[in-house]
Every structure is written in C-alpha cells, then in structure tokens.
Design a protein around this ligand. Structure first.
Ligand SMILES: [Fe+2]
Length: 408
C-alpha cells in the first residue's frame, strides 16, 4: 500500500511512513525537502510552512528528516520553537550537562556542544576532539545495570535487547519539559539487528540502538471506558528529585516501571528540594498533609487534535495519585507507592505490543522530531563498545502541558 501524502508546501512534501512501519501505532511521517540540497533551514519557513509542520507532528507524533549531515546545531532549537511559542532558550535539563553522580541522568556521560550549548551529545564509546570536545566516553544504558532481571548470557547471545525506560523527556523538577525533542544521528553503530521479546510471547526485530516510540493516544484508546474516565480525572504527582530518588531502583523487564518499593533514596539523601518545584503540570493544588502538591494529569491534550487525549505517564518516577470526582469536586488520593505504581503499570502495559511500537531505524544524518507531550519513547540496544553519537535537543517550555479535560 502506498504511503499517504499529507498537506505539504512548495518547500517540502510530507508523507506518512509506510503502513509496514506505521502498523497500528498512529506514529510516523517523513518530511521530504524540495530544495536542491535537501537540507533544513528554518529561517526560510513561511507561516504556512510552520503551521503545516506543526499539524503534521500533532497528527503523526514523529517527523523524520533524512540526510541532514552538516546541519547547523543552532537550527535544532530554532526548529523546536515551531511547536512552542513559550519556549525558553535553555535545554530543559538545564544550562549545563547533568554531572551530579547522584542523578541517573549523569550516567550517559553526555556533553554539550561548545558552539551550541543546548545541544546535548549522547551515545556510546570513546570520541576524541569532536566539535571542540577533547574527550568523551559516552555510555549507552545496559540491561545489566538497569533491569531487575537483566538479560542472561543466553539471551544476549540470542541477540535480545530490551526497552529501557519508557518516558517523556521531563526534568520533573523546576524546569518544564520541552514540547518536542529533536534527535540527530551523527554516528550510527553498524551491528546486526536485535530483537525484543514481549510478555505475550511476541517478538519484534529492530536495529541495534533503535529508538522506540509509543503513542499516548493509542495507549488511551486501549483503556476501558472506566480507565479512560480515571485517567481524565487523575493527576500524577512525581517524586521530588525523581532521577536521584530512583538511582538505585531497578526497572521492570518492559521498561514501564520500577519492580518493587524499597530502593528509593531517602529524602535527606537527595539534593536540596522543595515541593513547590516538583513537577508543575496543569496547575492543580491539593492540600495534602504537609505540603502543597502540584501535579500532572495522566491525560494530556494534543493541541492539534484536542478531542484525542494522550496517556502520558513516566512510570518509573510516579509518587502518588489524586482523583477528582467530577460531580462533587471531591479529591481522593492514593499515597501508597506500590499501589500507585501498580495502577500506572496496569494502564500502560496494554499498549506495549509490537503492533503499537514504532522503532526508528537510524541512518546517519537522520533528524527526528517527536511530540514529547504526545508520545512515550525508550532507548533500546546492546551496543558493547561500538561508537554511537547523537545530538539531542529538548527546550524548556514556559507553559505546562494542558490536561485533556479541565476538571473542577
Ligand atoms: Fe529521552
């Protein structure tokens, strides 16, 4: 079946990814540039170009631009601004690379490009004298340190990998997440394809180091009517300093959550924090024992498809839940961590099936833009010592995600 052509412009043609790639994901379109060298220059975009690109992302969640070797790194943040009128000109993870060893976000040994400090360099392997960076020893995550039940020697020999952490790029503290994330592939490892085994026995082949995506809209669609109502009426409170809090906790084999309670860092062992800076999506205040909670609704609004809620939960970082009774306005809470995780896991796991996962097969030069408020993504791949180098940009927003439904 041919790929559908979407609204386009003289500057570019947008076509959905092939049905074989899209499967039942709701994800994926490619932007083909019509200029002579095929490169992106956001400064040439007209208002029409911008509104077409904006809507294409909202409807397809992931846009792929090929052959962008040599792109100006500053173009990435200019592109990010297309989807965020309230964008603040700093990477959502902060001005500098996270280096605090207490944070799991420091484990990738990433760096920032000196010429474009909002471009984070991530990947795997050693690099010398790259773009003004004298030495980098980039680290791709590994199942042995990440999953509670890591891949066995036999499974590794069988070419298996796993999803790591299904997530949105969200600091969950102080800074609001970027509306979009951009990833540009500079060096792609040349390894045989690997595979992921699913709980129901299905298997999916994918490139070693492929980035996997799941639509939050598809996840919402698969919920029962009762679960959908619960998602629309419930906010998720994330843990303070979540990435330091879970630094010793191990993940479920499917990357959706944390296996058991008990390994979380004690509050006094976290970097300084205050509740008013812990996650601040749609601002709803609950007076809860000793603090004011500001939390994130489970179901987020898609600005381009307001009738289509997206289930957006960072399962590894959840702390507690608050549900509003839409008739009375009364709020009930779940503070038990194990129960909070169980509820989120049950809602998220239904969609984790091969037919709902788009795994991007990276070619050097690819630039992928994804709707961070509309999809979940996960690293995959067992890369050993092979080199991989990517640029990643996700810019702090000045405006919190909107809930799919405004509750009293
Ligand atoms: Fe990410």
């Amino acid at each position: 079946m041919p790929s559908a052509i979407l609204p386009s412009s003289p500057l570019f043609t947008i076509q959905q990814l092939s049905p074989e790639l899209r499967k039942d994901t709701l994800i994926g379109a490619e932007v083909l540039l019509n200029n002579s060298d095929g490169s992106i220059d956001p400064s040439t975009f007209t208002p029409d170009n911008i509104s077409i690109l904006r809507q294409a992302l909202y409807e397809n969640s992931v846009l792929v631009f090929r052959k962008q070797q040599g792109i100006d790194p500053l173009a990435l943040e200019q592109l990010a601004a297309i989807w965020d009128e309230d964008m603040i000109n700093v990477h959502s993870a902060g001005k500098d690379q996270v280096r605090d060893p207490r944070s799991i976000l420091s484990r990738n040994n990433g760096a920032r490009l000196p010429a474009a400090p909002n471009v984070q360099v991530i990947g795997n392997g050693e690099f010398h004298n790259y773009e003004g960076l004298e030495y980098m020893n980039l680290r791709h995550v590994d199942s042995a340190e990440f999953h509670a039940e890591p891949l066995t020697e036999d499974e590794l020999a069988d070419g298996q990998t796993r999803f790591y952490r299904w997530h949105q790029d969200a600091p969950l503290y102080e800074n609001l997440p970027g509306k979009v994330t951009l990833i540009h592939a500079v060096v792609v490892p040349k390894l045989p394809n690997q595979k992921i085994k699913f709980q129901d026995g299905q298997e999916m082949k994918l490139q070693a180091g492929s980035t996997a995506f799941i639509s939050g809209a598809k996840a919402f669609q698969l919920l029962t009517p009762e679960e959908q109502e619960f998602a629309l009426n419930t906010t998720v409170q994330y843990a303070p300093r979540a990435y330091e809090w879970i630094r010793n906790a191990k993940a479920t084999s499917d990357g959706l959550g944390i296996v058991k309670v008990g390994a979380e860092a004690k509050e006094e062992d976290l970097p300084p924090w205050t509740w008013d800076k812990v996650q601040a999506f749609p601002v709803r205040l609950h007076l809860c024992l000793r603090y004011l909670l500001i939390a994130s609704q489970m179901a987020w609004k898609n600005p381009g498809k307001p009738s289509q809620p997206h289930l957006q939960i960072l399962g590894c970082c959840v702390h507690s839940l608050r549900t509003t009774d839409t008739k009375t306005g009364a709020v009930t809470g779940i503070d038990d961590l194990a129960e909070t995780r169980r509820i989120c896991y049950e809602m998220q796991r239904k969609v984790v099936k091969p037919q709902h996962v788009y795994a991007h097969h990276w070619e050097e030069g690819d630039l992928v833009i994804f709707h961070n408020y509309g999809v979940w993504h996960s690293i995959t791949g067992q890369l050993g010592t092979t080199q991989r180098l990517m640029w990643q940009v996700t810019m702090r927003s000045g405006k919190e995600p909107e809930p799919a439904r405004i509750n009293p």
